[in-house]
Design a binder for this molecule. Structure first.
Ligand code: ATP
Length: 571
Protein backbone atom coordinates (compact mmCIF):
# COMPACT_ATOMS: atom_id res chain seq x y z
CA UNK A 1 0.00 0.00 0.00
CA UNK A 2 2.83 2.35 0.88
CA UNK A 3 4.51 1.62 -2.46
CA UNK A 4 1.31 2.46 -4.26
CA UNK A 5 0.89 5.71 -2.34
CA UNK A 6 4.46 6.59 -3.20
CA UNK A 7 3.69 5.95 -6.88
CA UNK A 8 0.63 8.15 -6.72
CA UNK A 9 2.65 10.88 -5.06
CA UNK A 10 5.24 10.56 -7.83
CA UNK A 11 2.48 10.81 -10.43
CA UNK A 12 1.08 13.89 -8.72
CA UNK A 13 4.53 15.46 -8.68
CA UNK A 14 5.00 14.75 -12.37
CA UNK A 15 1.61 16.29 -13.16
CA UNK A 16 2.33 19.37 -11.04
CA UNK A 17 5.67 19.80 -12.84
CA UNK A 18 4.02 19.43 -16.24
CA UNK A 19 1.28 21.94 -15.36
CA UNK A 20 3.91 24.41 -14.13
CA UNK A 21 5.93 23.95 -17.32
CA UNK A 22 2.82 24.44 -19.42
CA UNK A 23 1.93 27.58 -17.46
CA UNK A 24 5.35 29.02 -18.23
CA UNK A 25 4.95 28.10 -21.89
CA UNK A 26 1.56 29.82 -21.99
CA UNK A 27 3.08 33.02 -20.63
CA UNK A 28 5.63 32.77 -23.44
CA UNK A 29 2.81 32.46 -26.04
CA UNK A 30 3.90 29.04 -27.26
CA UNK A 31 1.39 27.47 -29.65
CA UNK A 32 -0.66 24.60 -28.37
CA UNK A 33 0.47 25.11 -24.80
CA UNK A 34 -2.90 26.49 -23.83
CA UNK A 35 -4.56 23.38 -25.21
CA UNK A 36 -2.22 21.10 -23.30
CA UNK A 37 -2.77 23.14 -20.17
CA UNK A 38 -6.54 22.78 -20.34
CA UNK A 39 -6.10 19.07 -21.15
CA UNK A 40 -4.05 18.43 -18.04
CA UNK A 41 -6.48 20.45 -15.94
CA UNK A 42 -9.49 18.68 -17.46
CA UNK A 43 -11.85 17.17 -14.89
CA UNK A 44 -12.12 13.97 -16.94
CA UNK A 45 -8.35 13.43 -16.76
CA UNK A 46 -8.46 13.89 -12.99
CA UNK A 47 -11.37 11.43 -12.85
CA UNK A 48 -9.45 8.94 -14.97
CA UNK A 49 -6.51 9.13 -12.59
CA UNK A 50 -8.89 8.50 -9.70
CA UNK A 51 -10.31 5.49 -11.50
CA UNK A 52 -6.76 4.30 -12.09
CA UNK A 53 -6.00 4.62 -8.38
CA UNK A 54 -9.17 2.67 -7.46
CA UNK A 55 -8.36 -0.07 -9.94
CA UNK A 56 -4.85 -0.38 -8.53
CA UNK A 57 -6.32 -0.71 -5.02
CA UNK A 58 -8.88 -3.31 -6.03
CA UNK A 59 -6.32 -5.27 -8.00
CA UNK A 60 -4.55 -5.91 -4.75
CA UNK A 61 -7.64 -6.60 -2.62
CA UNK A 62 -9.35 -8.80 -5.32
CA UNK A 63 -12.91 -8.06 -4.14
CA UNK A 64 -15.68 -10.58 -4.77
CA UNK A 65 -19.35 -9.64 -5.36
CA UNK A 66 -21.55 -10.01 -2.27
CA UNK A 67 -24.49 -11.01 -4.46
CA UNK A 68 -24.81 -12.43 -7.97
CA UNK A 69 -28.29 -11.02 -8.46
CA UNK A 70 -28.56 -7.54 -6.98
CA UNK A 71 -31.22 -6.31 -9.43
CA UNK A 72 -33.60 -9.00 -8.08
CA UNK A 73 -33.10 -7.55 -4.64
CA UNK A 74 -34.10 -4.09 -5.85
CA UNK A 75 -37.29 -5.55 -7.37
CA UNK A 76 -38.26 -7.26 -4.09
CA UNK A 77 -37.75 -3.92 -2.29
CA UNK A 78 -40.13 -2.20 -4.72
CA UNK A 79 -42.72 -4.95 -4.46
CA UNK A 80 -42.54 -5.13 -0.66
CA UNK A 81 -45.28 -3.23 1.27
CA UNK A 82 -42.65 -0.76 2.55
CA UNK A 83 -41.42 0.01 -0.92
CA UNK A 84 -44.88 0.10 -2.47
CA UNK A 85 -45.30 3.01 -4.87
CA UNK A 86 -41.62 3.91 -5.02
CA UNK A 87 -39.98 3.09 -8.31
CA UNK A 88 -36.21 2.69 -8.55
CA UNK A 89 -34.83 5.10 -11.14
CA UNK A 90 -34.10 3.62 -14.51
CA UNK A 91 -30.39 4.30 -14.33
CA UNK A 92 -30.12 2.70 -10.88
CA UNK A 93 -31.65 -0.49 -12.27
CA UNK A 94 -29.23 -0.34 -15.19
CA UNK A 95 -26.36 -0.02 -12.73
CA UNK A 96 -27.50 -3.07 -10.77
CA UNK A 97 -27.97 -5.00 -13.98
CA UNK A 98 -24.40 -4.11 -15.02
CA UNK A 99 -23.24 -5.25 -11.57
CA UNK A 100 -24.97 -8.61 -12.05
CA UNK A 101 -23.42 -9.11 -15.50
CA UNK A 102 -19.96 -8.65 -14.01
CA UNK A 103 -20.76 -10.73 -10.91
CA UNK A 104 -22.00 -13.62 -13.06
CA UNK A 105 -18.97 -13.28 -15.34
CA UNK A 106 -21.40 -13.09 -18.25
CA UNK A 107 -18.87 -12.10 -20.91
CA UNK A 108 -20.45 -12.60 -24.34
CA UNK A 109 -19.75 -14.14 -26.75
CA UNK A 110 -18.16 -17.44 -25.88
CA UNK A 111 -15.42 -17.99 -28.40
CA UNK A 112 -14.50 -21.40 -29.78
CA UNK A 113 -11.45 -22.89 -28.07
CA UNK A 114 -8.13 -22.38 -29.82
CA UNK A 115 -6.99 -25.45 -31.73
CA UNK A 116 -4.14 -27.22 -29.93
CA UNK A 117 -1.90 -27.51 -32.92
CA UNK A 118 -1.72 -24.82 -35.52
CA UNK A 119 -0.04 -25.53 -38.84
CA UNK A 120 3.28 -23.68 -39.22
CA UNK A 121 2.14 -21.73 -42.27
CA UNK A 122 -1.03 -20.53 -40.52
CA UNK A 123 -1.07 -16.71 -40.39
CA UNK A 124 -1.46 -15.19 -36.94
CA UNK A 125 -5.11 -14.15 -36.73
CA UNK A 126 -6.94 -12.11 -34.19
CA UNK A 127 -10.59 -12.37 -33.20
CA UNK A 128 -12.03 -8.98 -32.49
CA UNK A 129 -15.42 -8.69 -30.93
CA UNK A 130 -17.10 -5.29 -30.80
CA UNK A 131 -20.38 -4.52 -29.06
CA UNK A 132 -22.52 -2.50 -31.46
CA UNK A 133 -24.18 0.65 -30.26
CA UNK A 134 -25.93 3.38 -32.22
CA UNK A 135 -22.58 4.64 -33.46
CA UNK A 136 -21.16 3.40 -36.73
CA UNK A 137 -18.17 1.08 -36.59
CA UNK A 138 -15.79 3.92 -37.40
CA UNK A 139 -13.64 2.17 -40.01
CA UNK A 140 -13.60 2.08 -43.80
CA UNK A 141 -12.61 -0.95 -45.85
CA UNK A 142 -11.08 -1.51 -49.27
CA UNK A 143 -10.60 -4.45 -51.59
CA UNK A 144 -7.35 -5.50 -53.22
CA UNK A 145 -8.55 -5.71 -56.82
CA UNK A 146 -5.99 -8.41 -57.73
CA UNK A 147 -6.33 -10.79 -54.78
CA UNK A 148 -9.88 -9.89 -53.76
CA UNK A 149 -8.75 -9.57 -50.14
CA UNK A 150 -10.53 -7.09 -47.88
CA UNK A 151 -8.49 -4.67 -45.78
CA UNK A 152 -9.25 -1.98 -43.25
CA UNK A 153 -8.50 1.23 -45.14
CA UNK A 154 -8.66 3.57 -42.17
CA UNK A 155 -9.87 3.69 -38.61
CA UNK A 156 -11.79 6.84 -37.75
CA UNK A 157 -10.28 8.76 -34.85
CA UNK A 158 -12.43 8.43 -31.71
CA UNK A 159 -14.86 5.95 -33.34
CA UNK A 160 -15.89 2.53 -32.02
CA UNK A 161 -13.05 0.63 -33.74
CA UNK A 162 -10.46 3.20 -32.68
CA UNK A 163 -11.55 3.17 -29.06
CA UNK A 164 -11.36 -0.64 -28.99
CA UNK A 165 -7.68 -0.34 -29.98
CA UNK A 166 -8.03 -3.72 -31.72
CA UNK A 167 -8.47 -2.80 -35.38
CA UNK A 168 -5.91 -0.90 -37.41
CA UNK A 169 -5.52 0.41 -40.93
CA UNK A 170 -3.92 -2.36 -43.00
CA UNK A 171 -5.43 -5.28 -41.01
CA UNK A 172 -6.82 -7.93 -43.38
CA UNK A 173 -10.39 -9.00 -42.62
CA UNK A 174 -10.96 -12.72 -43.16
CA UNK A 175 -14.40 -13.20 -41.62
CA UNK A 176 -17.26 -11.08 -40.30
CA UNK A 177 -19.50 -12.96 -37.86
CA UNK A 178 -18.07 -16.26 -39.15
CA UNK A 179 -18.81 -15.28 -42.75
CA UNK A 180 -15.73 -15.40 -45.07
CA UNK A 181 -15.37 -12.08 -46.90
CA UNK A 182 -12.53 -12.74 -49.36
CA UNK A 183 -13.66 -11.84 -52.88
CA UNK A 184 -16.72 -9.87 -51.75
CA UNK A 185 -17.29 -6.28 -52.76
CA UNK A 186 -16.83 -3.79 -49.88
CA UNK A 187 -20.58 -3.00 -50.03
CA UNK A 188 -21.39 -6.70 -49.48
CA UNK A 189 -19.06 -6.80 -46.45
CA UNK A 190 -20.85 -3.77 -45.04
CA UNK A 191 -24.20 -5.54 -45.52
CA UNK A 192 -22.94 -8.60 -43.61
CA UNK A 193 -21.81 -6.36 -40.82
CA UNK A 194 -25.05 -4.32 -40.82
CA UNK A 195 -27.12 -7.52 -40.38
CA UNK A 196 -25.42 -8.43 -37.08
CA UNK A 197 -27.20 -7.68 -33.82
CA UNK A 198 -25.51 -6.86 -30.53
CA UNK A 199 -21.94 -7.84 -31.26
CA UNK A 200 -19.83 -8.06 -34.41
CA UNK A 201 -17.02 -10.56 -34.60
CA UNK A 202 -14.12 -9.94 -36.96
CA UNK A 203 -11.42 -12.44 -37.77
CA UNK A 204 -8.44 -10.41 -38.93
CA UNK A 205 -4.82 -10.90 -39.89
CA UNK A 206 -3.19 -7.95 -38.14
CA UNK A 207 -0.86 -5.76 -40.17
CA UNK A 208 2.70 -6.76 -39.28
CA UNK A 209 4.34 -3.37 -39.19
CA UNK A 210 2.13 -0.51 -38.24
CA UNK A 211 3.53 2.78 -39.57
CA UNK A 212 4.53 5.26 -36.88
CA UNK A 213 2.96 8.65 -37.45
CA UNK A 214 3.94 11.73 -35.59
CA UNK A 215 0.70 13.65 -35.86
CA UNK A 216 1.09 17.34 -35.20
CA UNK A 217 -1.89 19.30 -34.00
CA UNK A 218 -3.34 21.36 -36.84
CA UNK A 219 -6.26 23.78 -36.77
CA UNK A 220 -7.66 25.29 -39.93
CA UNK A 221 -10.44 27.60 -41.00
CA UNK A 222 -12.43 26.28 -43.95
CA UNK A 223 -12.43 28.65 -46.91
CA UNK A 224 -15.07 26.66 -48.81
CA UNK A 225 -18.22 24.64 -48.13
CA UNK A 226 -18.03 20.86 -48.30
CA UNK A 227 -20.71 18.19 -48.26
CA UNK A 228 -19.69 14.50 -48.28
CA UNK A 229 -23.18 13.54 -49.50
CA UNK A 230 -22.52 15.45 -52.72
CA UNK A 231 -19.01 14.10 -53.22
CA UNK A 232 -19.02 10.86 -55.23
CA UNK A 233 -15.27 10.37 -54.66
CA UNK A 234 -15.38 10.06 -50.86
CA UNK A 235 -14.50 6.51 -49.73
CA UNK A 236 -17.50 6.42 -47.35
CA UNK A 237 -20.05 9.24 -47.32
CA UNK A 238 -21.33 8.21 -43.86
CA UNK A 239 -17.84 8.66 -42.44
CA UNK A 240 -17.55 12.12 -44.04
CA UNK A 241 -17.97 15.42 -42.26
CA UNK A 242 -19.66 18.41 -43.83
CA UNK A 243 -18.46 21.92 -43.10
CA UNK A 244 -19.28 25.50 -44.03
CA UNK A 245 -16.75 28.14 -44.89
CA UNK A 246 -15.57 29.91 -41.79
CA UNK A 247 -15.82 26.75 -39.64
CA UNK A 248 -12.74 26.00 -37.56
CA UNK A 249 -11.62 22.38 -37.92
CA UNK A 250 -9.22 20.36 -35.80
CA UNK A 251 -7.30 18.02 -38.09
CA UNK A 252 -6.68 14.92 -36.01
CA UNK A 253 -5.19 12.68 -38.69
CA UNK A 254 -3.27 13.52 -41.85
CA UNK A 255 -1.90 10.02 -42.47
CA UNK A 256 -3.76 9.72 -45.75
CA UNK A 257 -2.55 12.21 -48.36
CA UNK A 258 -6.08 12.56 -49.78
CA UNK A 259 -8.52 12.13 -46.91
CA UNK A 260 -7.88 13.76 -43.55
CA UNK A 261 -9.81 13.16 -40.38
CA UNK A 262 -11.15 16.20 -38.58
CA UNK A 263 -13.51 17.50 -35.93
CA UNK A 264 -15.53 20.69 -36.17
CA UNK A 265 -14.90 23.08 -33.26
CA UNK A 266 -16.37 23.53 -30.75
CA UNK A 267 -16.84 19.78 -30.72
CA UNK A 268 -18.83 17.63 -28.33
CA UNK A 269 -18.23 14.42 -30.22
CA UNK A 270 -15.29 12.10 -29.77
CA UNK A 271 -15.57 10.78 -33.30
CA UNK A 272 -13.81 12.51 -36.21
CA UNK A 273 -15.05 12.63 -39.81
CA UNK A 274 -13.39 12.40 -43.21
CA UNK A 275 -12.63 15.59 -45.11
CA UNK A 276 -10.62 16.14 -48.29
CA UNK A 277 -6.99 17.15 -47.70
CA UNK A 278 -5.75 20.54 -48.93
CA UNK A 279 -4.29 19.00 -52.08
CA UNK A 280 -7.40 16.98 -52.86
CA UNK A 281 -9.74 19.94 -52.33
CA UNK A 282 -7.55 22.14 -54.55
CA UNK A 283 -7.69 19.45 -57.23
CA UNK A 284 -11.48 19.22 -56.93
CA UNK A 285 -11.78 22.99 -57.21
CA UNK A 286 -9.59 23.05 -60.33
CA UNK A 287 -11.65 20.25 -61.90
CA UNK A 288 -14.88 22.03 -60.98
CA UNK A 289 -13.57 25.29 -62.37
CA UNK A 290 -12.69 23.77 -65.72
CA UNK A 291 -15.97 21.87 -65.95
CA UNK A 292 -18.07 25.05 -65.63
CA UNK A 293 -19.09 27.43 -68.41
CA UNK A 294 -17.36 30.78 -67.81
CA UNK A 295 -20.32 32.83 -66.51
CA UNK A 296 -21.73 30.06 -64.37
CA UNK A 297 -18.36 29.49 -62.78
CA UNK A 298 -18.25 33.04 -61.52
CA UNK A 299 -21.71 32.72 -60.04
CA UNK A 300 -21.56 29.40 -58.30
CA UNK A 301 -18.00 28.41 -57.58
CA UNK A 302 -17.62 28.72 -53.85
CA UNK A 303 -13.94 29.54 -54.09
CA UNK A 304 -14.15 32.30 -56.68
CA UNK A 305 -12.83 34.76 -54.17
CA UNK A 306 -11.28 37.12 -56.62
CA UNK A 307 -14.69 38.21 -57.75
CA UNK A 308 -15.44 41.52 -56.14
CA UNK A 309 -19.17 42.10 -55.68
CA UNK A 310 -19.00 45.83 -55.36
CA UNK A 311 -16.29 47.95 -56.77
CA UNK A 312 -15.92 51.41 -55.34
CA UNK A 313 -15.02 52.82 -52.01
CA UNK A 314 -16.80 54.07 -49.02
CA UNK A 315 -18.39 57.41 -48.33
CA UNK A 316 -16.26 57.75 -45.20
CA UNK A 317 -13.23 58.01 -47.46
CA UNK A 318 -14.53 60.13 -50.29
CA UNK A 319 -17.42 61.71 -48.34
CA UNK A 320 -19.76 61.01 -51.24
CA UNK A 321 -21.84 57.97 -51.88
CA UNK A 322 -20.97 55.50 -54.61
CA UNK A 323 -23.73 54.07 -56.80
CA UNK A 324 -23.28 51.10 -59.03
CA UNK A 325 -24.96 52.98 -61.91
CA UNK A 326 -22.81 56.02 -61.39
CA UNK A 327 -21.58 57.67 -64.58
CA UNK A 328 -18.26 58.35 -62.92
CA UNK A 329 -17.78 54.75 -61.89
CA UNK A 330 -15.10 54.86 -59.21
CA UNK A 331 -12.41 52.25 -59.22
CA UNK A 332 -10.96 50.76 -56.10
CA UNK A 333 -7.78 48.83 -55.49
CA UNK A 334 -6.48 47.14 -52.45
CA UNK A 335 -3.04 46.35 -51.21
CA UNK A 336 -2.77 42.62 -51.62
CA UNK A 337 0.60 41.12 -50.72
CA UNK A 338 1.58 37.87 -52.39
CA UNK A 339 0.61 35.95 -49.23
CA UNK A 340 -2.96 37.09 -49.74
CA UNK A 341 -3.19 35.27 -53.06
CA UNK A 342 -2.07 32.05 -51.45
CA UNK A 343 -4.61 32.59 -48.63
CA UNK A 344 -7.37 33.08 -51.19
CA UNK A 345 -6.26 30.07 -53.18
CA UNK A 346 -6.01 27.69 -50.27
CA UNK A 347 -9.14 25.81 -49.24
CA UNK A 348 -8.00 25.82 -45.61
CA UNK A 349 -6.28 28.58 -43.69
CA UNK A 350 -4.13 27.43 -40.79
CA UNK A 351 -5.24 29.15 -37.58
CA UNK A 352 -4.06 29.34 -33.98
CA UNK A 353 -5.76 30.45 -30.81
CA UNK A 354 -4.63 33.97 -30.00
CA UNK A 355 -5.37 36.29 -27.15
CA UNK A 356 -4.07 39.83 -27.27
CA UNK A 357 -1.67 40.57 -24.45
CA UNK A 358 -2.83 43.68 -22.50
CA UNK A 359 0.45 45.38 -23.41
CA UNK A 360 0.16 44.64 -27.15
CA UNK A 361 -1.30 47.19 -29.59
CA UNK A 362 -5.06 46.88 -30.03
CA UNK A 363 -6.46 44.92 -32.93
CA UNK A 364 -7.82 47.00 -35.80
CA UNK A 365 -11.61 46.92 -36.03
CA UNK A 366 -12.63 46.72 -39.70
CA UNK A 367 -16.33 47.23 -40.47
CA UNK A 368 -17.85 46.24 -43.77
CA UNK A 369 -21.28 45.80 -45.27
CA UNK A 370 -23.35 46.71 -48.32
CA UNK A 371 -23.59 50.37 -49.20
CA UNK A 372 -26.17 52.22 -47.09
CA UNK A 373 -26.51 49.54 -44.40
CA UNK A 374 -25.10 51.86 -41.74
CA UNK A 375 -21.40 50.98 -41.48
CA UNK A 376 -20.39 54.62 -41.41
CA UNK A 377 -23.12 55.52 -38.92
CA UNK A 378 -22.03 52.79 -36.52
CA UNK A 379 -18.36 53.75 -36.80
CA UNK A 380 -19.19 57.41 -36.22
CA UNK A 381 -21.31 56.65 -33.17
CA UNK A 382 -18.60 54.43 -31.65
CA UNK A 383 -15.96 57.15 -32.00
CA UNK A 384 -18.35 59.81 -30.68
CA UNK A 385 -19.21 57.63 -27.70
CA UNK A 386 -15.61 57.67 -26.47
CA UNK A 387 -13.08 59.56 -28.60
CA UNK A 388 -10.39 58.84 -26.01
CA UNK A 389 -10.66 55.14 -26.81
CA UNK A 390 -11.83 54.94 -30.44
CA UNK A 391 -10.54 56.73 -33.50
CA UNK A 392 -10.83 56.43 -37.28
CA UNK A 393 -7.86 56.58 -39.68
CA UNK A 394 -7.35 59.83 -41.58
CA UNK A 395 -7.47 59.18 -45.34
CA UNK A 396 -5.08 60.57 -47.97
CA UNK A 397 -6.32 62.48 -51.00
CA UNK A 398 -4.92 64.30 -54.01
CA UNK A 399 -7.86 66.71 -54.16
CA UNK A 400 -7.34 70.31 -53.14
CA UNK A 401 -8.40 71.23 -49.59
CA UNK A 402 -11.61 73.19 -49.19
CA UNK A 403 -11.68 76.39 -47.17
CA UNK A 404 -12.40 74.85 -43.76
CA UNK A 405 -10.27 71.72 -44.23
CA UNK A 406 -6.90 71.20 -42.62
CA UNK A 407 -4.30 68.61 -43.65
CA UNK A 408 -4.10 65.89 -41.00
CA UNK A 409 -7.66 66.52 -39.75
CA UNK A 410 -10.19 65.65 -42.50
CA UNK A 411 -7.53 64.29 -44.90
CA UNK A 412 -3.84 64.25 -45.52
CA UNK A 413 -3.69 66.39 -48.67
CA UNK A 414 -0.90 65.22 -50.89
CA UNK A 415 0.43 65.40 -54.45
CA UNK A 416 -0.25 62.74 -57.08
CA UNK A 417 3.49 61.81 -57.15
CA UNK A 418 3.57 61.14 -53.42
CA UNK A 419 0.29 59.23 -53.65
CA UNK A 420 1.55 57.12 -56.59
CA UNK A 421 4.73 56.41 -54.70
CA UNK A 422 2.72 55.16 -51.70
CA UNK A 423 0.67 52.93 -54.03
CA UNK A 424 3.88 51.58 -55.54
CA UNK A 425 5.20 50.76 -52.06
CA UNK A 426 2.00 48.99 -51.01
CA UNK A 427 1.27 51.55 -48.30
CA UNK A 428 -2.50 51.61 -48.79
CA UNK A 429 -5.08 49.30 -47.28
CA UNK A 430 -7.34 50.46 -50.11
CA UNK A 431 -7.37 53.38 -52.52
CA UNK A 432 -9.36 54.56 -55.50
CA UNK A 433 -10.05 57.35 -57.91
CA UNK A 434 -13.20 59.48 -57.81
CA UNK A 435 -13.92 62.39 -60.14
CA UNK A 436 -10.24 62.63 -61.07
CA UNK A 437 -8.92 62.62 -57.50
CA UNK A 438 -7.25 59.81 -55.63
CA UNK A 439 -8.34 58.76 -52.13
CA UNK A 440 -6.83 56.10 -49.89
CA UNK A 441 -6.52 54.73 -46.35
CA UNK A 442 -2.87 54.17 -45.55
CA UNK A 443 -1.38 51.57 -43.26
CA UNK A 444 0.54 54.37 -41.52
CA UNK A 445 -2.70 56.20 -40.66
CA UNK A 446 -4.02 53.01 -39.03
CA UNK A 447 -0.69 52.34 -37.29
CA UNK A 448 -0.58 55.90 -35.92
CA UNK A 449 -3.90 55.36 -34.15
CA UNK A 450 -2.91 51.92 -32.84
CA UNK A 451 0.49 53.20 -31.65
CA UNK A 452 -1.25 55.97 -29.71
CA UNK A 453 -2.92 53.22 -27.65
CA UNK A 454 -6.39 53.82 -29.11
CA UNK A 455 -8.60 51.35 -30.93
CA UNK A 456 -8.63 52.13 -34.65
CA UNK A 457 -12.02 51.64 -36.32
CA UNK A 458 -12.23 51.84 -40.11
CA UNK A 459 -14.75 50.82 -42.72
CA UNK A 460 -13.53 48.94 -45.76
CA UNK A 461 -14.72 47.48 -49.02
CA UNK A 462 -14.94 43.65 -48.92
CA UNK A 463 -12.04 43.29 -51.31
CA UNK A 464 -9.77 45.04 -48.79
CA UNK A 465 -10.28 42.30 -46.20
CA UNK A 466 -7.03 40.54 -47.03
CA UNK A 467 -5.11 43.80 -46.82
CA UNK A 468 -6.09 44.24 -43.16
CA UNK A 469 -5.87 40.59 -42.14
CA UNK A 470 -2.13 40.87 -41.62
CA UNK A 471 0.41 40.25 -38.89
CA UNK A 472 0.81 44.04 -38.63
CA UNK A 473 -2.85 45.09 -38.23
CA UNK A 474 -4.49 41.86 -36.96
CA UNK A 475 -7.91 43.11 -38.05
CA UNK A 476 -11.08 41.87 -36.41
CA UNK A 477 -13.65 41.89 -39.21
CA UNK A 478 -17.19 42.96 -38.28
CA UNK A 479 -19.81 42.44 -40.95
CA UNK A 480 -22.86 44.72 -40.82
CA UNK A 481 -25.83 42.93 -42.32
CA UNK A 482 -29.16 44.46 -43.33
CA UNK A 483 -32.23 43.13 -41.50
CA UNK A 484 -35.21 41.69 -43.42
CA UNK A 485 -36.89 43.95 -45.96
CA UNK A 486 -39.87 44.83 -43.72
CA UNK A 487 -37.54 45.83 -40.90
CA UNK A 488 -35.48 47.98 -43.29
CA UNK A 489 -38.69 49.79 -44.32
CA UNK A 490 -39.72 50.30 -40.68
CA UNK A 491 -36.35 51.35 -39.22
CA UNK A 492 -35.20 53.60 -42.09
CA UNK A 493 -38.45 55.63 -42.30
CA UNK A 494 -36.75 58.80 -41.03
CA UNK A 495 -33.27 58.09 -42.46
CA UNK A 496 -31.66 59.54 -45.56
CA UNK A 497 -29.10 58.40 -48.04
CA UNK A 498 -26.69 60.41 -50.10
CA UNK A 499 -26.18 59.38 -53.69
CA UNK A 500 -24.14 60.82 -56.53
CA UNK A 501 -27.22 62.75 -57.64
CA UNK A 502 -28.94 63.61 -54.36
CA UNK A 503 -27.74 64.61 -50.94
CA UNK A 504 -29.86 63.17 -48.14
CA UNK A 505 -32.95 61.84 -49.89
CA UNK A 506 -35.28 59.34 -48.18
CA UNK A 507 -34.64 55.62 -48.75
CA UNK A 508 -36.66 53.98 -51.54
CA UNK A 509 -37.65 50.35 -51.85
CA UNK A 510 -35.13 49.86 -54.65
CA UNK A 511 -32.34 51.03 -52.27
CA UNK A 512 -33.31 48.26 -49.87
CA UNK A 513 -33.42 45.65 -52.64
CA UNK A 514 -30.03 46.76 -53.92
CA UNK A 515 -28.68 46.57 -50.36
CA UNK A 516 -30.00 43.03 -49.90
CA UNK A 517 -28.55 41.89 -53.22
CA UNK A 518 -25.14 43.38 -52.38
CA UNK A 519 -25.29 41.74 -48.93
CA UNK A 520 -25.96 38.34 -50.51
CA UNK A 521 -22.94 38.70 -52.76
CA UNK A 522 -20.64 39.86 -49.97
CA UNK A 523 -21.74 36.97 -47.75
CA UNK A 524 -21.34 34.37 -50.44
CA UNK A 525 -17.79 35.46 -51.22
CA UNK A 526 -16.35 36.68 -47.94
CA UNK A 527 -18.28 35.18 -45.00
CA UNK A 528 -15.32 32.96 -44.07
CA UNK A 529 -13.45 36.08 -42.96
CA UNK A 530 -16.17 37.49 -40.70
CA UNK A 531 -15.25 37.47 -37.03
CA UNK A 532 -18.56 38.99 -35.93
CA UNK A 533 -21.89 39.71 -37.61
CA UNK A 534 -24.23 42.54 -36.59
CA UNK A 535 -27.71 42.68 -38.06
CA UNK A 536 -28.29 46.43 -38.18
CA UNK A 537 -31.93 46.55 -37.16
CA UNK A 538 -32.43 48.97 -34.25
CA UNK A 539 -29.50 51.37 -34.22
CA UNK A 540 -29.13 51.35 -30.42
CA UNK A 541 -28.94 47.54 -30.31
CA UNK A 542 -26.39 47.55 -33.12
CA UNK A 543 -24.18 50.00 -31.19
CA UNK A 544 -24.30 47.72 -28.14
CA UNK A 545 -23.42 44.74 -30.34
CA UNK A 546 -20.52 46.65 -31.84
CA UNK A 547 -19.18 47.39 -28.36
CA UNK A 548 -19.46 43.68 -27.54
CA UNK A 549 -17.57 42.81 -30.72
CA UNK A 550 -14.80 45.28 -29.89
CA UNK A 551 -14.45 43.86 -26.38
CA UNK A 552 -14.29 40.30 -27.71
CA UNK A 553 -11.64 41.30 -30.27
CA UNK A 554 -9.39 42.90 -27.69
CA UNK A 555 -9.95 40.71 -24.62
CA UNK A 556 -11.04 37.21 -25.66
CA UNK A 557 -9.08 34.41 -27.32
CA UNK A 558 -9.81 34.13 -31.04
CA UNK A 559 -8.78 31.87 -33.90
CA UNK A 560 -6.45 33.91 -36.08
CA UNK A 561 -4.28 33.03 -39.09
CA UNK A 562 -1.18 31.16 -37.94
CA UNK A 563 0.95 33.48 -40.10
CA UNK A 564 0.19 36.35 -37.69
CA UNK A 565 1.86 34.49 -34.86
CA UNK A 566 4.55 32.78 -36.93
CA UNK A 567 5.05 35.47 -39.55
CA UNK A 568 6.50 34.32 -42.86
CA UNK A 569 8.61 36.48 -45.15
CA UNK A 570 5.48 37.22 -47.19
CA UNK A 571 3.01 38.28 -44.49
N1 ATP B 1 -30.22 50.94 -37.81
C1 ATP B 1 -30.55 52.04 -38.46
N2 ATP B 1 -31.79 52.54 -38.34
C2 ATP B 1 -32.14 53.66 -39.01
N3 ATP B 1 -31.31 54.36 -39.82
C3 ATP B 1 -30.05 53.91 -39.96
C4 ATP B 1 -29.61 52.74 -39.30
N4 ATP B 1 -28.33 52.52 -39.65
C5 ATP B 1 -27.97 53.52 -40.47
N5 ATP B 1 -28.99 54.36 -40.67
C6 ATP B 1 -29.01 55.55 -41.55
O1 ATP B 1 -28.87 55.10 -42.89
C7 ATP B 1 -28.15 56.07 -43.65
C8 ATP B 1 -26.98 55.38 -44.33
O2 ATP B 1 -26.05 54.96 -43.36
P1 ATP B 1 -24.48 55.05 -43.60
O3 ATP B 1 -24.11 56.33 -44.20
O4 ATP B 1 -23.83 54.70 -42.32
O5 ATP B 1 -24.28 53.92 -44.70
P2 ATP B 1 -22.97 53.17 -45.11
O6 ATP B 1 -23.14 51.73 -44.80
O7 ATP B 1 -21.80 53.83 -44.50
O8 ATP B 1 -22.94 53.29 -46.69
P3 ATP B 1 -22.03 54.28 -47.62
O9 ATP B 1 -20.62 54.10 -47.20
O10 ATP B 1 -22.29 53.85 -48.99
O11 ATP B 1 -22.55 55.62 -47.31
C9 ATP B 1 -27.74 57.14 -42.68
O12 ATP B 1 -28.62 58.21 -42.77
C10 ATP B 1 -27.85 56.47 -41.30
O13 ATP B 1 -28.13 57.40 -40.29
Amino acid sequence: MRIMQKNIEKLNNILTDVIEEVRQSVSQDIDGAEVLHSLLNAPWLQSLLKVYECLQRYLRDSPAPALDYASGLSLSVVNSPAGHGSKPRFYFQALLSAHDTVAQKDYEPILPPMPDELPDDEEATRIVCLVKNKQPLGATIKRNEITGEIFIARVIHGGLADRSGLLHAGDRIIEVNGFPVDGLEPEQVIQVQARSQGTIMFKVVPITERPVHNQTMLYVRAMADYSPQQDPTIPCADAGMSFRKGDVLEIVDQTDALWWQAKKLPSNTACAGLIPSTNLLKRKQREFWWSQPYQKTLKSFTMSLFFSPSVGFRRSMRLCRRRSHSTTQPSCHTRCPSSCYSALNSPYEEVVRYQRHPEDAHRLIALLGPSGVGVNELRRRLVEMNPNIFQGAIPYTTRAPRGYEESGREYFFTSREVFDNMVYNNRFVEYGEYKGNLYGTSIESVRDVLDSGKICVIDIEPNAIQAVRTHELRAYVVYVKPPALERLRETRQDSFITTNYYVNRPFKDEDFQEMEEAARKIESHYSQFFDYVIVNDELQDSCVQLLTAVRKAQDEPQWVPASWIRPTAES
